[in-house]
Write a protein that binds this ligand. Structure first.
Ligand SMILES: *Cc1c(COP(=O)(O)O)cnc(C)c1O
Length: 650
């Protein structure tokens, strides 16, 4: 079939201008962003930095004015014209974080997938992405004046987003048909263009679907096990059916985390119904599958009861499913493990840092009783052009680097002040206290409030912390952000704990910003002096926010886990605690002591050690080291190139 795409358009605007907004190549081109913003800075904020919505909602007079510059937009569009190649790799992921205006991500995994697409585009790799188009994305977090988290959902309006709908020759939406036990579930296909890489997102919110099935793609990581298995069937199986229907026939399938593992079973059963034996089919599927595991935390690895999985697989494959189900069972466990199936059916499997490779081999060793688990590692990386502030580059002199960094810190401080004032006023607080100082050593900490991330390690000795933050000549301040999963009571308690410190002793020097997302993340990693990371070891698979901070000249202050075990070189930041302590309670005590003493004796003195021009010479030298150590080792282009050479190409 021929597939066409309809995208948002407006007759009174040049087509080339809308095309510039629809291809998300602008996300990493600061001049294009500035251009869109300049059209109407108020609408730009109102539509959360979404240029498509901005253009669709400009008033007619402004549109007429812009039309006069048609030639300029035509030229720009020529410059940014994407080149879609015949795909050789299909990348499957449950979430993609490309920009704050397309909120179909929750955190690290999604942002990594987004960065993967962007780097593949930069490298002109023939790749497509496959994912889900969530009508409500991930939940939005609000914090009230007591630090209670409440959640709400915001509805995405796809027709005003950088997305195009797949339609057939007669202009009707293409519908992908996915067999479920009691019905055939239909999915629309939206294409998001990430530079040269098309990303296909499936959307079950179609009026021909029964109400329960319309909900499948409503919210990311919402709902129960049934909802989750249905989502993962739409992703893995629906995604594969779509590729086949669109005539896309890749040589490699990259399953980013286990969520899409049903894709392998579906391919297996198709091959078997074409007459292959199960072992022949397994060999073919394995030979084209690449699998990346992302977490040693049990909750991050989906396991389904066999009784839940069985009817779905039966419907999909039409065959006896017991042998297929066995592919997902490890040892005595009586559940179907998505990563288990993915590991068994991939020719290349990896963790996301050297340490995590080691931890994963141990974690899954039962699957290979006779030998070492064949799991290697490809260390994560971040898309530098997305995350580095335009004013930071290696050619700057020490003074310029420092001055530009100070401007970014000031920008972060005023962003935080504004956001905090907004938060408080919404809760009915009229008298918003003054917080933060633009010229003070600023520590950033942002991540999910899950207990193992130990957000409150910093607060374990309040007396000592207070002394560190409040030296009159050498003050320190902390900006934090992070969501707790709606069902995680402990996580919400941690938020309240931080909040109480913010309103108590640390008033003015500590702020917790609500609704951590890509926009908040960008301000933080570009503006902080120090990026703090204190998870229990070895649970952090990689972490990527620290790489973003380092690339901007931020110094990491982190426990030796994940990427930092590879990134730390003695002159680009600090290592908290000792590498050889395993016991979590012992770690907590050691790490807290180490954190405080590093702050007291190294971090704070070095930051405030100024020469006669007011320049902290050693600090700026370390900033430069941090930037250097991030390139190219922790860039997404190194990462994608490594996957390409080691895993995608045979
Ligand atoms: C980079 C990023 C993450 C992932 O960072 P971690 O170091 O894994 O915590 C999560 N959320 C946002 C908004 C990010 O920008």
């Amino acid at each position: 079939m021929t597939v066409k795409y309809t995208c948002p358009s407006r007759q009174d605007l040049p087509e080339s201008l809308m095309a510039l907004a629809i291809n998300m190549r602008w996300v990493w081109d600061d001049k294009l962003i500035e251009m869109f913003k300049s059209f109407d800075p108020v609408l730009w904020e109102e539509y959360r930095h979404n240029p498509v919505a901005l253009l669709m909602n400009l008033d007619a007079a402004k549109a007429e004015e812009l039309s006069a510059d048609k030639d300029l937009y035509d030229q720009l569009q020529k410059k940014f014209k994407p080149e879609f190649k015949t795909p050789i790799t299909a990348y499957f992921s449950m979430e993609y974080g490309i920009h704050e205006c397309l909120p179909v991500y929750s955190g690290g995994l999604g942002i990594l997938s987004g960065d993967h697409m962007k780097a593949a585009s930069d490298l002109a790799l023939p790749m497509v992405g496959v994912g889900l188009a969530y009508r409500e994305g991930y939940f939005q977090q609000q914090l009230d004046q007591h630090g209670n988290q409440t959640e709400y959902n915001r509805r995405n309006i796809f027709t005003q987003m950088p997305m195009s709908l797949a339609v057939d020759d007669s202009g009707l939406p293409v519908l992908i048909k996915i067999p479920f036990p009691e019905a055939e579930v239909l999915a629309l296909v939206w294409r998001v263009d990430v530079g040269n890489v098309p990303l296909y997102l499936l959307d079950c919110d179609h009026d021909k679907n029964q109400e329960q099935y319309r909900q499948i793609t409503r919210s990311l990581y919402g709902g129960d096990h049934t909802m989750r298995i249905q989502q993962e069937i739409v992703l893995g199986v629906g995604g594969q059916i779509m590729l086949e229907q669109f005539g896309i026939n890749p040589e490699a399938y990259h399953l980013n985390e286990g969520h899409a593992a049903f894709q392998t079973l579906y391919r297996l059963s198709s091959l078997m119904s074409d007459g292959k034996s199960q072992s022949e089919a397994e060999a073919i599927v394995t030979d084209s599958t690449v699998f990346t595991t992302h977490t040693p935390v049990a909750a991050g690895n989906d396991m389904f009861d066999l009784d839940l999985a069985r009817p779905y697989l039966k419907t999909l494959t039409g065959t006896d499913v017991e042998d297929l189900l066995k592919l997902g069972i490890m040892g005595e466990d009586n559940r179907f493990g998505m990563p288990v199936a993915a590991l068994r059916l991939s020719r290349f499997a990896n963790g996301v840092s050297e340490k995590h490779g080691e931890v994963s081999r141990e974690m899954w060793s039962e699957l290979w009783p006779e030998k070492q688990a064949p799991i290697t590692h490809v260390t994560n990386g971040v898309h530098m052009p997305t995350w580095i502030a335009p004013s930071i580059n290696p050619e700057l002199s020490n003074l310029e680097l420092w001055n530009n960094h100070c401007k970014l810190r000031r920008k972060l401080v005023s962003f935080a002040q504004e956001k905090f004032a907004f938060q408080m006023k919404r809760s009915g607080v009229e008298d918003v206290p003054n917080i933060l100082d633009p010229d003070v050593l600023t520590i950033g900490f942002a991540r999910r409030f899950a207990p193992y991330k130990r957000a409150t390690l910093l607060f374990s000795d309040m007396k000592r912390l207070f002394a560190i933050l409040s030296q009159s000549e050498k003050p320190v301040q902390v900006v934090m952000a992070g969501k707790a999963h709606p069902l995680n009571v402990e996580g919400k308690d941690l938020i309240r704990e931080v909040w109480s410190h913010m309103q108590g002793e640390l008033k003015g020097r500590l702020v917790l910003l609500e609704n951590y997302n890509i926009e908040v993340g960008r301000h933080l990693v570009q503006g902080v002096d120090v990026w703090l990371n204190t998870p229990t070891r070895p649970v952090e698979a990689s972490g990527t926010s620290g790489m973003k901070a380092a690339a901007n000249g931020g110094l990491n202050l982190s426990v030796p886990d994940g990427w930092w075990l590879e990134g730390f070189n003695g002159v680009n930041g600090w290592e908290i605690g000792r590498r050889d302590i395993v016991d979590p309670q012992q770690q907590f005590i050691e790490d807290a002591e180490s954190l405080y003493s590093l702050l007291e004796s190294e971090v704070v003195p070095m930051f405030y050690d100024r020469n006669s021009d007011g320049l902290p010479e050693k600090w700026v030298e370390w900033m430069r080291n941090a930037i250097r150590s991030a390139h190219p080792r922790f860039s997404a282009s190194r990462m994608v190139d490594e996957y390409n050479r080691r895993a995608y190409l045979k």
